[in-house]
Design a protein around this ligand. Structure first.
Ligand SMILES: CSC[C@H]1O[C@H](OP(=O)(O)O)[C@H](O)[C@@H]1O
Ligand code: ADE
Length: 291
């Protein structure tokens, strides 16, 4: 049996998680460098929680500067079995108005300058990623939302741009015409790395604006984003608290096998693997090393 530890990665506007018992901020070292911040450890009900503010307390890291590998590796070292990301996003759909929560089921990665894999020269791996978020976690988030009477939209495509500037009008119209639902700057490569680390991942996207395509909203600015974030932060915390409280003590197997993603993924022959890289992969790939 693997004991559940629920990881929450808080995005813009969500830099702590009040209401944890036995709460303490804990520093976690990783071979990939520094995490965005210390991790807030504690519990909600009987469920152990590890909360990480993605941009660091005080919002110190821009989306391109976040050390996503350190963040995911650090959570893995702590024993986190499942991760929920809470993220601010722009919307490409009239019906996904500011204040709407969307459970993301697909991503499009438009980032260009981020380390997006733990693997590479010396140990090559290809994990399946057709379904990047875990339907098991989405079911539980949906149930938590229903219990808290928080409306959520199930399913949506999140396009991840590099930023930090918001989109041009041409980009915004392009993403909208492609059928994407929301835009953000952070969930890639985070979700890819979680999959490589065999941690089921889900995203609650909080719509904060209509980006710049909307005829009544000429451009997006941070002030407007923060206003919507603050108005919805309480709702997000209630959703997370209920989700965590109802989470099973034993890690529930991911229905799409995100927690065994490395099973057939390693390509490099055992005798050709680079010992230095293997040493760094002890947490992420320890389960399958030596095969
Ligand atoms: C403050 S608006 C732009 C900022 O917010 C989102 O971050 P997160 O996903 O961590 O909530 C977006 O991706 C940008 O980083
Ligand atoms: N319009 C937008 N574009 C990119 N990231 C965002 N985060 C919140 N709103 C956003």
């Amino acid at each position: 049996m693997t004991k559940s530890i629920v990881g929450i990665i808080g995005g813009s506007g969500l830099y702590d998680l009040p209401g944890l018992h036995d709460a303490r901020w804990v520093r976690q070292e990783t071979p990939w460098g520094a995490m965005s911040d210390e991790v807030l450890r504690g519990a909600i009900g009987d469920t152990e929680i590890a909360f990480l503010p993605r941009h660091g307390r005080g919002h110190r890291f821009s989306p391109s500067d976040i050390n996503y590998r350190a963040n995911i590796d650090g959570l893995k070292r702590i024993g986190v079995t499942d991760v929920v990301s809470v993220s601010a996003t722009g919307s490409y759909k009239h019906e996904l108005a500011p204040g709407t929560f969307v459970l993301i089921d697909q991503f499009v990665d438009r980032t260009v300058k981020r380390e997006s894999s733990f693997f590479g020269a010396g140990c090559v791996a290809h994990v399946p990623f057709g379904h990047p978020t875990s339907p098991g976690l989405m079911d539980r988030l949906q149930a938590a939302a229903e219990a808290e009477q928080i409306p959520v939209v199930r399913g949506g495509t999140y396009v991840c741009m590099e930023g930090p500037q918001f989109s041009t009008l041409a980009e915004s119209l392009w993403y909208k015409s492609a059928g994407f639902d929301v835009v953000g700057m952070t969930n890639m490569p985070e979700a890819k790395l979680a999959r490589e680390a065999e941690i089921p991942y889900a995203t609650v996207a909080m719509v904060t604006d209509y980006d710049c395509w909307h005829p009544d909203h000429d451009h997006v600015d941070v002030q407007q984003v923060i206003k919507v974030l603050l108005a919805n932060a309480d709702k997000a915390r209630r959703l997370i608290a209920r989700f965590a409280k109802d989470f099973p003590a034993e890690h529930p197997a991911c229905p799409i096998g995100a927690d065994t993603a490395l099973e057939f993924a390693l390509m490099t022959a055992p005798d050709k693997r680079d010992p230095a890289l293997l040493a760094k992969l002890d947490a992420v790939a320890g389960r399958v090393m030596g095969r």
